[in-house]
Design a protein around this ligand. Structure first.
Ligand code: F6P
Length: 362
């Protein structure tokens, strides 16, 4: 039976989004002869008049596997259930969105996104009866439902390379180098890149730090003849007491733009000891560019599994990586559940065992 499904990408982009789209189209259109309709800019494409939709074919997906970003476009603004009108009022456009899905003859949607996007997909299914299958995405790797999200290892690779580069110049100049990486509420990128890049100190949001401990680490290294120090700071990391990050500002529809975490730590260190420090903020370099082989493979597995779920009428589920295997769980169990780095996570213990300082006793 020929079927017609929609596909969209929501939230911040992540390397591997195009690889998921490609896998869905190759499997559904190329193999099963279904129709796959791309929806532009997350759910927003369906709410425009006329809707911004286009047919996806294996030919239109050629050369996509290694390309960063998303050919469908994305946004982390514009929740259809809390839509901000030009006059500032907020309206619920859920019923309108569901009507558009039906008008377009879409049997259901494959929704690729993080917790916010999955939450919207789940509400669309629960409250308006639109069948949805979720595919988890975020460079932050902070979704409880899956071992890893695609995009994460690509971001870790960029951050690790940055650390390698900072390492040599730090050593030449006897400097304290601070690298700020993404992660407003979860420190996964900082933790993995810090271990992979041989950082001496790591600051993550889950472990509010005591700056004196980082200062002591720098002193100890100096006493051993190591006159430089590498520090990785997640953008949401903050000291235990007293400080607010300088450039934390609200923007858009409730999104928080982080910033200043590494600058704050550099200042706190300078107040405690003579140091020459430099801050590098890696920012969106972590989100752009090609996915790593791991992310390409994971994205392809997710895309293919999402089509299999459609075929089995497994709507209402999220595909995931579970102990190395691709499985799925009900969307209602995952929407909105973030995963933080637990203070006793095995990699924190490993990092401590090789002398990495987190700014906390335990
Ligand atoms: O959630 C992904 C992420 O890249 C975070 O790590 C980062 O804090 C945020 O998005 C940045 O969002 P924006 O692209 O809106 O600045």
């Amino acid at each position: 039976m020929s079927r017609r499904i929609g596909i969209l990408t929501g939230g911040g982009d992540a390397p591997g989004l195009n690889a998921v789209i490609r896998a869905v189209v190759k499997h559904a259109v190329g193999q099963k002869r279904w129709q796959v309709i791309g929806i532009e800019d997350a759910f927003n494409g369906l709410l425009q008049t006329p809707p911004r939709l286009f047919d996806l074919t294996p030919r239109s997906c050629q050369g996509l596997l290694h390309r960063g970003g998303t050919m469908l476009g994305t946004t982390n603004r514009g929740n259809p259930f809390a839509w901000k009108m030009p006059d500032g009022t907020v309206v619920d456009r859920g019923a309108e969105l569901a009507a558009r899905v039906r008008e377009e003859g879409l049997e259901g949607l494959i929704v690729i996104g993080g917790d916010g996007t999955q939450d919207i997909g789940w509400r669309l299914m629960r409250d308006h009866g639109i069948p949805v299958i979720g595919v988890p995405k975020t460079i932050d790797n902070d979704l409880e439902s899956t071992d890893f999200t695609f995009g994460f290892w690509s971001a870790v690779e960029v951050a690790t390379e940055a650390l390698d580069r900072l390492h040599t110049t730090a050593e030449s100049h006897d400097r304290v180098m601070l690298l700020e990486v993404m992660g407003r509420t979860a420190g996964w990128i900082a933790l993995y890149a810090g271990v992979a890049g041989g950082a001496d100190c790591i600051a993550i949001p889950e472990l509010p730090y005591d700056p004196d401990r980082f200062a002591d680490k720098i002193r100890m290294r100096r006493a051993r003849g190591r006159h430089f120090t590498l520090i990785v700071v997640a953008e949401g990391a903050r000291p235990k007491v007293g400080e607010r990050l300088p450039s934390e500002v609200a923007h858009g529809q409730g999104n928080i733009q982080a910033g200043g975490a590494a600058q704050t730590l550099a200042r706190l260190l300078a107040e405690r000891m003579p140091i020459e420090s430099r801050v590098t903020v890696l920012g969106h370099l972590q989100r752009g560019g090609s996915p790593t082989p791991f992310d390409r493979v994971l994205a392809t597995r997710f895309g293919s599994a999402a089509v299999d779920l459609v075929e089995q009428d497994g709507w209402g589920n999220l595909v995931r990586l579970d102990n190395g295997s691709i499985t799925h769980i009900p969307l209602e169990q995952v929407a909105g559940a973030p995963r933080h780095v637990s203070p006793d996570h095995e990699l924190i213990q490993t990092a401590r065992s090789v002398g990495i300082e987190f700014g906390t006793a335990s």
